[in-house]
Design a binder for this molecule. Sequence first.
Ligand code: C2E
Ligand code: CA
Ligand code: CA
Length: 761
Amino acid sequence: MSGNPDRLKRDLRLRAEQIIQSQADDSSSLSTNDVYTLVHDLNVHQIELELQNEELKQAHNELQESQNRFYQLFELAPVGYLCLDQNGLILQSNKTIQQLLGYTTPEINGKYFVNFVYPDDLSIYSARFKAFFSHPENKTLELRLTIKANECIVVEFKARLVDSKLFKFSATEAQNSNNRLLVNVVDVSQRYRAEQELQLAAKVFETSEEGILIVDAFSKILKVNASFTAIAGYQAQDVIGKTPAILKSGRHDEHYFQSMWSRIHRHGSWQGEIWNKRKNGDLYVEWLSITSIKDRYGRISHYIGIFTDITVRKKNEEQIEKLAHYDPLTDLPNRILLNDRLKQAIIQTNRHHRYLTVMFLDMDRFKLINDTMGHFVGDLLLQEVAKRLLSCGRESDTVARFGGDEFIIVLIDFDDESLALTHSKEIASKILKAFSTPFELDEGSFSSSTSIGIAVFPKHGQTVTELVKNADTAMYHAKSSGRNNYQMYTDTMHDENFKRSQMIHDIQLAAHLQQFTVFYQPKINLITNEITGLEALVRWKHPQYGLVLPDEFISSAEESKAILELGAYILKTACQQLKHWHQQGHHSLTISVNLSTRQLLQNNLTDIISNILSNTGLDPKFLELEITESVMMENITDAIGILKSLISMGCTITLDDFGTGYASLTYLKRLPVHCLKIDRSFIYDLTTEPDDNIIVDSILSIANHMQLKVIAEGVETEQQVNYLKNKGCYIGQGHYFSPPLPARQIVIPARDQEVTSLKPA
Ligand code: C2E
Ligand code: CA
Ligand code: CA
């Protein structure tokens, strides 16, 4: 028997009732047969019921098992399950989701899912969550969740609307029979990251400032990025499928590419500069790195080329390189490059037993043009000079600007010394000749000459420094032999050099040992014979050589800073001496002190002088400073300023050795001076040489015209005194009156007395 237990019951009852009914109708008791049948039926039903019960039990067990299986499936499914109500409250969650989030069931169930959503994704979640209910077709969402470990995972959140009856959790909820969301949650962090990385790589590829080109193993271009297009000018479709040879500039030979590829094959990569051609035909230089990519079997599958356009940078580098090695004014190699080239030339010359010469050129009186005409004209002149120098030599010669108005020419590759000498002399003569034609500039025509010194390798030096120094020494000799000539270096020049540096050393020592002393030579009023003042003239009381005159050591002192200390010492001594004479009653005497170039141009000259004056308590009007004319002319711009400040202090200025320098009337007008001192060479032959008469006469008329005082130095005879007096020069100085003497030997007569004592006997 089988079937529905309700129906079964119903049948039994029906039959039982029928039996009872028939007993009542028969009004007789139940027959034995009936009873038997009834009992039998009951027994059968009893058994049937028991069997049925068994079946029910089994069915129940099966149900239980299947429920368990379902529960296990739900709990341990590889997918996280959640059941959310309409507000996002978590009604149920499986184990997987607990593992995913790292929380326990009580920490999850009964919470709002929003609590687990990564803050940045809240807005996406909220918007989509509502949509799940209104538009159930939008079912999936990629969402970031914050898990217990305070990390972030990415999940795929797939929601499905289900009938709430399917998920009844309590009686109250059952009444609240709204729809529920059954959500499965899959951790897709890995996939997400992989996607992100791909996207990132694609983004980097596209936005990279470096051009990127991917080539397959068969040299076909697979992919290029936007920067490739920007640099090379080719669109992707222009080059894909072609080989990179399309970019070739033709600047590199096959050998270049062979060595590049062999390096890639050996080391997997190559880096270097390469010239390529843009689509428009322009050449450009790029810094390229090529890397080979291998497949899992170790075979090369791709090459990646990454490059930057360094054309501009390279141009800048070349520019900088040029600035570092070439003189921007003349475009000639500068000192640095010269040193370099000379060094190389010396190595080569030495190796091949050959000869070279170094010529040192210094323009004569360039400073005068620069100072009087301005730097602009000076610059133009230098440019013209550079051109002329270049035109005098061979291609292989180096013509360099050494600095200022100094140039160096290196002549190389001579078979022997005498050839080197004769050729260098020829070039030097050619240069002197080239300079003899005036330089025609827009600003006018300028005459200039140059002095040249020549040194030969290996005879006159083995190193750059020696050769340049010795050529310089020879040039210095050319200057002192009247400029506008050339001199070969000789060893005696070296001796002189040595003596000069020895001298500088000795001077410094002498100053320290107080071996310098000051002599005084009176200046005489030729009409009254009175002493108007005295000139301070330095002497060196040398322990070996006795009294040494300034011509022996002043120029050496000038070459070093020794002159500054010595000059200050002389100034101080002279001022103190004059103060002493003033105190003895000779109140109107003046003192003249010679200033050398270096002294004049030192920064704090006015401070030094004003300190000395205030320390000695001497009125500045008694101090006359003598500056030679040539010094003035060679530093005219600076000198004018300095003289002005000295004058504003109250000192007077005398232009010494006047007539030997180059002061034209025009410049003389600009010079703030009070007095001209006619050079003693003009006085010397005054009465015998008619030329000198003319010079002295014209100096006197200039002085008169410009209302300057004038004094004659080196007056030795009475005729000279008379001539000067006749021509209107009233002050003189010279052996006729007195040689320079130590202060204590100077006898100054009282004001109304004649200076007969000073006249030679
Ligand atoms: P200077 O300034 O032209 O000085 C005049 C020079 O002529 C002095 O030579 C003087 O002794 C000399 N002298 C004077 N009277 C006669 C004469 O009748 N006949 C001849 N033939 N010579 C005469 P000194 O003292 O040897 O000085 C030479 C030069 O040395 C000076 O020429 C001056 O330029 C420089 N000097 C002298 N003392 C100093 C100084 O203290 N400082 C600086 N910076 N230079 C000085
Ligand atoms: Ca003087
Ligand atoms: Ca003089």
